[in-house]
Ligand binder design. Structure first.
Ligand code: AQP
Length: 322
């Protein structure tokens, strides 16, 4: 299997990014080929500050490597280091119906929330399609919010193949059932733009404070509560062992506990889970040359693959590459 996924350096990565996507990257890095990129071209649609984008990009690379992405197994690179993808994006754009993009929920959602939407945000799914198709990826590990974009990718690939011959491999989204949509501190999807995130590498004290401030319902402590509808429980489930989870579920069903107890258990579990990655991150942060080299090697491997697919597409549609 060939695996491809990307993640935007639009801010620090949060639990949703980790449990929905990054954990899958690590699990899938032993596949035949796996490519993971830091989507700085996508991020440019929202991060309009040079220093901020550079800082986010460095943080993204450090975070991914510290969390276990192994450059000996997978290629890690910056999206902007593979210009072949932007060329492929144009080729796909020429065959993209406006209606297909107008139906994309994540675009509509951002517009509804008053986010200033330019052509970059509107055409985001086409660049994403080029990102995926350029690596002949069969599998794209993502969270649930990206499934529609992968459907768009399949539509564009199928339409191109139908018109010009079999050029593109049709990809499939891969989701983790239990964490395809991680909830945030307000019970909605955890998302940077909803301001409801808990960061993976957030300072341990700040993280605990944030958890302790999570708003809960005001039912009396004695009442039994349904764990499956409580966002605190859903977050605890990300970290807990099956035994600890069962114990907590029993407590909910019985009633007579305080949410402070659950919050403390959640903070302890998160601390323990991410604790081991902190030291690795600090170690890597002290070796910027090594990180740059990893990204350079990743980009070289990615360009080779993307170049081959671009030539295939150019030949098929009459662009006659030299
Ligand atoms: N809450 C989530 N649950 C599960 N998976 C999630 N992902 C994001 N949020 C959740 C997955 O993380 C990967 C990287 O996504 P991205 O680069 O598109 O990051 P993002 O969408 O910018 O993350 P946000 O916080 O949700 O940002 P905004 O607010 O800009 O949309 C993807 O695979 C995504 O599914």
């Amino acid at each position: 299997m060939r695996v491809l996924s990307g993640i935007q350096p639009t801010g620090r990565f949060h639990w949703g990014n980790y449990f929905g996507a990054i954990r899958q990257y690590i699990d899938l890095q032993n596949e035949e080929a796996s490519y993971y990129f830091i989507a700085n071209l996508h991020a440019l649609t929202t991060v309009r500050d040079k220093t901020q984008l550079e800082e986010n990009t460095r943080d993204a690379a450090l975070d991914l490597l510290a969390l276990g992405l192994d450059p000996n197994k997978a290629s890690l690179f910056l999206q902007s280091d593979v210009p072949e993808v932007s060329e492929l994006c144009w080729i796909l754009m020429t065959g993209t119906p406006m209606g297909l993009l107008e139906r994309c929920v994540s675009y509509k959602d951002k517009v509804a929330r008053g986010i200033n939407a330019g052509a970059g945000l509107f055409t985001y799914p086409v660049l994403m399609a080029a990102d995926i198709l350029a690596y002949d990826a069969n599998i794209v590990p993502v969270g649930a919010d990206q499934v529609q974009h992968i459907e768009v990718t399949r539509d564009l690939a199928q339409s191109f193949n139908h018109h010009f011959g079999e050029v593109f491999v049709l990809p499939q989204a891969k989701l983790l059932d239990a964490s395809a949509k991680v909830v945030g501190t307000d019970g909605e999807k955890m998302s940077k733009s909803y301001d409801n995130t808990i960061g993976i590498f957030e300072d341990a004290k700040a993280m605990r404070k944030k958890i302790m401030r999570i708003v809960t319902d005001s039912r009396p402590m004695e009442d039994p509560k349904d764990p499956e509808t409580d966002h605190l429980f859903l977050l605890f489930r990300l970290f807990a062992t099956p035994e600890a989870l069962q114990e907590m579920a029993d407590l909910y069903n019985k009633g007579g506990f305080g949410y402070g107890h659950v919050k403390k258990a959640l903070a302890d579990a998160a601390d323990e889970y991410f604790g081991e990655f902190r030291a690795k991150r600090a170690e890597l942060a002290a070796q910027p040359d090594k990180v740059r080299e990893i990204l350079g090697d990743g980009a070289a491997a990615a360009r080779k693959q993307a170049g081959a697919v671009l030539r295939r597409a150019q030949e098929a549609c009459g662009l006659m590459p030299a």
